[in-house]
Ligand binder design. Structure first.
Ligand SMILES: [Zn+2]
Length: 188
């Protein structure tokens, strides 16, 4: 793993000893109020719903009849959601990428995930539940390394101490020596 994100991840795991791996689709935190890529509402107290990107493993459970609360996502993902699920505009809360947004008693920053169109990571900051990074699916390659060097939101991330990281680790396997580049994947 290249140095910048490796550094951020190591600080998340080593300084606080609280690194968590996601073991199923989606997470809740902040006293259960905040849900990321989680659309099963039974038995939860989630009120703020976030979607990292529109791949079906992250929208599982989301239907055209969704009425449980507004969905926060990138502007591109909001447009895709309208097409895929015919959701009413009143349910969609597109937030600008690489900017911070104050919602209720927490702040969320959307960070380009370098995955599919509209895909983001969510950085949450709160006095009550600390600093939480939800990566969703992301590709850490030379493009993301460049963002750590040039994009203010990424440069700020690098300086933060992260209390919890929810890392989508589908392909995080040290036995996999080679992972195809974006260009190789597209050409297949
Ligand atoms: Zn994906």
């Amino acid at each position: 793993m290249a140095p910048a994100l490796d550094s951020a991840l190591r600080r998340g795991s080593n300084e606080c000893g609280k690194k968590k791996k996601r073991v199923g689709p989606g997470v809740t935190f902040g006293g259960g109020r905040i849900a990321v890529d989680l659309w099963k509402t039974a038995g939860t107290s989630a009120r703020h719903f976030f979607l990292t990107h529109c791949h079906t493993d992250h929208t599982h459970g989301l239907t055209p009849s969704w009425r449980h609360g507004p969905i926060y996502c990138s502007p591109i993902t909001a447009r895709l959601l309208k097409v895929m699920f015919d959701l009413d505009d009143s349910l969609l809360r597109p937030l600008e990428v690489n900017e911070s947004h104050q919602l209720a008693d927490f702040c969320v920053t959307l960070l380009e995930a370098n995955h599919c169109p509209g895909a983001v990571m969510f950085l949450f900051e709160s006095d009550s539940f600390g600093t939480v990074l939800c990566t969703g699916d992301m590709r850490h390659d030379h493009r993301m390394e460049k963002m750590f060097a040039t994009e203010p939101a990424f440069m700020r991330l690098q300086k933060l101490t992260i209390d919890h990281i929810y890392l989508d680790n589908t392909y995080l396997d040290e036995k996999i020596a080679e992972f195809p580049t974006r260009e190789e994947a597209i050409s297949e």
